[in-house]
Ligand binder design. Structure first.
Ligand code: FEC
Length: 314
């Protein structure tokens, strides 16, 4: 058995409605949310069917990625396992790293299902790994991929998704569709430490828009939290009003900051944004998510190959 492995990480999602409260508490770093906030969040999970497919998608992606990485392995010693670890719910990154240590893994390439870096989000995944190593009193040889938004295979995949997304509009509407890229908002204070998150999102959005050949495109934020501090804007719900005032009636939303279907897609876009657009007399459609598609697996395999070549100097 190989002593090298891949750790594929994602946000984490509660599997039952009763898990919503402890999950929310974990997201808030252990601070209990108010009863009302829990009830509001529980309602959102209820309205998307009780749970989201994030863990299942991540597991399917890991399986397909493992197959792709091992396609040319000549013996068991070269085969690599792809482990799945979550930041805010089971299977927690720390628990999975304990399992990896027990399996005799010593070298890890760690990759997150979030292509753009910010200290708040990617930094949190890195910290979970560091904390696990301290608790386990062991030191893996870790190659941590901080960002992969500029990976050519990622841009190619997004380009194909935008082209397919535009097909959802009638031929007569297509000329007038405005493409709006979006990502999870973060507190405005990230600007105080020159966090690259905004810049990286604009880079991947611009590269995709260029490849599709879009004459005009925009960027808006989504899913801001209610923490009492200002978050990056404009929020897509307000921005739809701005676009309406400009005369825009057809919008393709491209949630480029996300790669899997989960609450921020199934509720925030499919319910909130679509309802807001409909109330304004606008038509809003979104691109499909990469999920566990072959294009996604190709992109992740390319990211891993580049990271490992950089480590070994090839
Ligand atoms: O499907 C699911 O069950 C999981 C959906 C989910 C994803 C996700 C991704 C990101 N978040 C990011 C940042 C923050 C910050 C806070 C925050 C809060 C929440 C809450 C829920 C939630 N997030 Fe999330 N996020 C998902 C779900 N997120 C639920 C709590 C209720 C709410 O605010 O709506 C604020 C923390 C605080 O209160 O102190 C900050 C970022 C991402 C994208 C990167 C990634 O996927 O890791 C950034 C999926």
């Amino acid at each position: 058995m190989s002593t090298s492995a891949v750790l594929l990480m994602a946000y984490g999602t509660p599997e039952t409605l009763d898990q919503v409260e402890p999950y929310f508490t974990h997201i808030r770093g252990g601070r209990a949310p108010s009863v009302e906030a829990v009830a509001r969040l529980r309602k959102r999970y209820e309205l998307v069917g009780g749970r989201t497919p994030l863990l299942e998608i991540t597991r399917n992606t890991a399986r397909a990625l493992e197959e792709a990485l091992n396609a040319h392995a000549e013996d068991a010693g070269e085969r690599r396992t792809v482990y799945v670890g979550m930041k805010h719910w089971h299977p927690y990154i720390g628990d999975v790293m304990r399992m990896m240590a027990a399996d005799g893994i010593t070298r890890v390439t760690a990759l997150t299902l979030a292509p753009h870096y910010s200290r708040i989000s990617l930094g949190g995944y890195r910290k979970a790994m560091e904390d696990a190593q301290l608790a386990l009193e062991c030191s893996f040889d870790v190659t941590f991929v901080e960002r992969w938004h500029a990976q050519p295979e990622f841009i190619e995949m997004m380009t194909a998704l935008v082209r397919a997304g535009l097909e959802q509009f009638d031929a007569s509407e297509r000329e007038s569709v405005l493409t709006v890229f979006s990502a999870h908002s973060l507190p405005v204070r990230i600007r105080e430490w020159n966090d690259p998150y905004e810049q990286e999102l604009l880079e991947s959005s611009a590269a995709t828009a260029r490849a599709v050949g879009l004459a005009d495109w925009r960027f808006a934020w989504q899913s801001a939290g209610e923490t009492g501090e200002p978050w990056l804007g404009p929020d897509i719900l307000d921005y739809l009003e701005t676009l309406h005032a400009e005369g825009v009636r057809n919008v393709l939303q491209v949630p480029i900051g996300f790669v899997s279907e989960h609450l921020e897609i199934l509720w925030d876009i499919d319910h909130e944004a679509k309802e807001k657009a409909a109330a304004l007399g606008m038509k809003l459609r979104r691109t499909q998510l990469p999920n566990d598609s072959p294009a996604m697996v190709r992109a992740l395999a390319a990211v891993i190959a580049d990271a490992e070549n950089a480590r070994t100097g090839h």
